[in-house]
Design a binder for this molecule. Structure first.
Ligand code: CAA
Length: 386
């Protein structure tokens, strides 16, 4: 691993930091309170190459590497976690799979619009009765004699579902084959047979719109299959490996924002005649937060480095991605909790962002594979046992 960053990596980090601090952070409270989708900010991120960071320039992206993606995501999440959720789904869950498994036509049509920030993408795997056990999906795609597929079923917890133009959908084409009976489809939400349910009211990341979606006799053309028939589960899992690096970065950025707020506060807040940062109990919290923040950041960069190797040479980076996501999300929970505690009553107040950081952190332990699933993936890979 190289611990130095290139000029290009630093440049995209700085662009992300500037937009995050000048535009996103000042509007975060508004979007959290109203639950509005921050379309204008997302367009601005798109215009600056941040909605398709690893997408080659030929498809409208910034043509950067996974390290650049991590550095930019950390900055955006430090500005606001909800914005970084939208960025991460477009970059990781949407663009990655199409770049790896899509045809030239699919890349030009779907990736370009999303990478340029003109449209929003989504990823539909979870269903009302199946989350962690993804192969238990019931959404069915039945192949007709003319080669088209008729899709029926529901998907839930779809990030950006209320605003997405295109969705990568996973549906069962052959239920008897389990994981090998899943196929991925490119969905255009403007076509007949696609419906959206109500937007979910959520504890945190409230500006990131989430809803249930439903397919009623939706017709997918043969050229709208992503990859090959039956390859869908592997596509979903491979894409989630990349996605988990995005969520790890998000957790690091959020944790950093909470940590920096805590360090500033302990220097200025006085108690018993001195700055609270001079008390050993507070010092211990600061030291523990710092160790966990740095460890999570390094593990996330290691995962990005492993992904870059895999992108060049093939192979998987599932363990590194799961280690990063597990460590960073639990770090975000720990640090936002400690930072809120350090702020006392002010931490609990909506006048400061600490309570929002705390609410936002929780999702990082749940979506794109719960902490329990990350432990399962890591332990299976380490032991070879199932
Ligand atoms: N890359 C490529 N292939 C993979 C893979 C990976 N990372 N992981 C598994 N596979 C392959 C396996 O090799 C296997 O293929 P073979 O039979 O040819 O060997 C096949 O997929 C099935 O694998 P498993 O037997 O391990 O499958 P499983 O049913 O035991 O499930 C699991 C494994 C880890 C539990 C998986 O189901 C999982 O990750 N579940 C969590 C799902 C998840 O993260 N959901 C989040 C929803 S998306 C979201 O949150 C989006 C959002 O909007 C923000």
């Amino acid at each position: 691993m190289d611990f130095g960053f290139t000029d290009e990596q630093l440049m995209i980090r700085d662009v992300a930091r500037r937009i995050a601090q000048e535009k996103i952070a000042p509007s975060a409270e508004h979007f959290d309170r109203t639950g509005e989708f921050p379309l204008e900010n997302i367009r601005l991120l798109g215009e600056n190459g941040l909605m398709g960071i690893e997408v080659p320039e030929a498809y409208g992206g910034a043509g950067m590497d996974p390290i650049s993606y991590v550095l930019a995501m950390i900055e955006i999440a430090a500005g606001d976690c909800a914005h970084s959720t939208i960025v991460s789904v477009n970059n990781s869950l949407f663009c990655n799979g199409i770049l790896k498994f899509g045809t030239e036509e699919q890349k030009q049509l779907y990736v370009r619009a999303i990478a340029e920030g003109r449209e929003i993408g989504a990823f539909a795997l979870t269903e009302p009765q199946s989350g962690s056990d993804a192969t238990a999906m019931r959404c069915r795609a039945v192949k007709r004699d003319d080669g088209r597929f008729v899709i029926n079923g529901k998907k839930s917890w779809i990030t950006s579902g209320p605003v997405a133009k295109y969705i990568v959908l996973f549906a069962m084409t052959d239920p008897d084959k389990g994981a090998k009976g899943v196929t991925a489809f490119m969905i255009d939400t403007a076509k007949p047979g696609f419906f959206r349910g109500k937007t979910e009211p959520k504890l945190g990341i409230r500006a990131s719109a989430t809803c249930e979606i439903e397919f009623q006799d939706y017709i997918a053309e043969a050229h709208e299959v992503l990859g090959t028939e039956g390859e869908g589960f592997k596509i979903a899992m491979g894409v989630l490996d990349a996605g988990r690096i995005g969520i790890a970065s998000q957790a690091v950025g959020l944790a950093r924002a909470a940590y920096e707020a805590a360090v500033a506060y302990v220097k200025e807040r006085k108690s018993f005649g001195q700055a609270i940062g001079s008390f050993q109990m507070i010092q211990a919290k600061i030291a523990d937060m710092k160790c966990r923040l740095d460890a999570a950041e390094l593990l996330t960069l290691r995962a990005a480095w492993a992904k870059a190797n895999a992108d060049r040479n093939g192979g998987r980076y599932s363990t590194e991605a799961s280690v990063a996501k597990l460590s960073a999300s639990e770090t975000a929970m720990f640090i936002t909790h400690q930072a809120l505690q350090i702020h006392g009553g002010m931490g609990y107040s909506k006048e400061m962002p600490l309570e929002r950081y705390f609410r936002d952190a929780k999702i990082t332990e749940i979506y794109e594979g719960t902490s329990e699933i990350q432990r399962l993936v890591i332990a299976r890979n380490e032991t070879g046992l199932r």
